[in-house]
Design a protein around this ligand. Structure first.
Ligand SMILES: [Mg+2]
Length: 293
């Protein structure tokens, strides 16, 4: 079942396109790989076959390996720990999350803004570290009313938080969100509701949609990284399992795109979709096989 927002058209009468599965011509020219993690390198807490081998191979070839994720419930240090628990060594600076992207975008509008946050304690602490102040509870005191409501992936969501968020949105407070994913990938094809699902609930209650969604398919994370590290877009590839977030972020940024079929996207879904990645591999193991020469 398709559960991503911003999906392309998936009409029944669409012509199935040919997919050159595991074709790798030109992929060796990529200098910087931006990996999605859930569904690409691991599923839940299980490392996917070939993930460690591919990361080690790329490093040994002098390529840059970075990780971009829409999941705002964890900060970079938590991802360092998670990957290292799977044997993949990485530094804090190797990660860029939708939380980083929303901070970048909020700083462009109003640095130090007052925020009402629907997110995890880790996300809240991160925003405070970045100079924002948090509004707790509901108020109509003009000096204390938040400048923005910020919606993230909140695994600590409560009905109180939802009520207060809706009250602020009905009052007209500006509304931004970290990412649009409907579900968080999980073992056994379970549906773990993510920020995109919360958005639909909020929209149902208030009629409001976020004015900014910072994470993929928004290309902001990729653009910031390319500018910071000085890579030309045609030497950068996004590797991910979701067409309408991972692959579309690469398309929107103008870099190369690599889809793996270990997460959300199946060959059938891909063949019917308007979204066409530059490369399609069964898994990261097949990218490894292609690149090891
Ligand atoms: Mg994924």
């Amino acid at each position: 079942m398709r559960r991503e927002p911003f999906a392309g058209s998936f009409g029944k009468n669409r012509v199935m396109k040919n997919i050159n599965l595991n074709a790798s011509s030109g992929i060796e020219k990529i200098e910087c790989f931006l990996f999605d993690m859930d569904g690409t390198l691991y599923l839940g807490n299980d490392r996917l076959d070939g993930a460690l081998e591919l990361i080690n191979l790329l490093k040994s070839q002098g390529k840059r390996t970075l990780y971009i994720t829409n999941n705002s419930s964890k900060v970079a240090s938590e991802y360092v720990k998670k990957l290292s628990g799977m044997g993949i060594s990485a530094e804090i600076d190797d990660f860029f999350t939708s939380a980083d992207a929303i901070v970048y975008m909020l700083n462009k509008i109003k640095p130090g803004a007052k925020l009402y946050v629907v997110g995890t304690p880790g996300f809240e602490n991160f925003l405070v570290e970045k100079g924002f102040s948090l509004v707790k509870g509901y108020t109509q005191d003009p000096a204390l009313v938040p400048d923005f409501v910020v919606l993230g992936f909140d695994t600590t969501l409560t009905y109180d938080k939802l009520r207060i968020m809706c009250d602020y949105l009905v009052d007209g407070v500006r509304y931004v969100a970290t990412h649009p994913d409907m579900v968080c990938p999980a073992e056994g094809h379970r549906s773990v509701p993510d920020a995109g699902s919360f958005m639909l609930l909020i929209e149902g209650a208030t009629g409001r949609k976020p004015e900014i969604i910072a994470g993929k398919p928004n290309p902001t994370m990729i653009n910031i990284l390319c500018e910071k590290l000085g890579y030309e877009k045609d030497k950068v590839a996004v590797v991910g399992d979701r067409l309408n977030t991972d692959i579309m972020s690469g398309v929107n940024a103008g870099c190369k795109t690599v889809c793996v079929l270990t997460g959300e996207t199946s060959l059938k879904l891909l063949s019917e979709s308007d979204v066409s990645p530059d490369y399609v591999f069964d898994s990261v193991k097949d990218i490894y096989e292609a690149l090891k020469g």
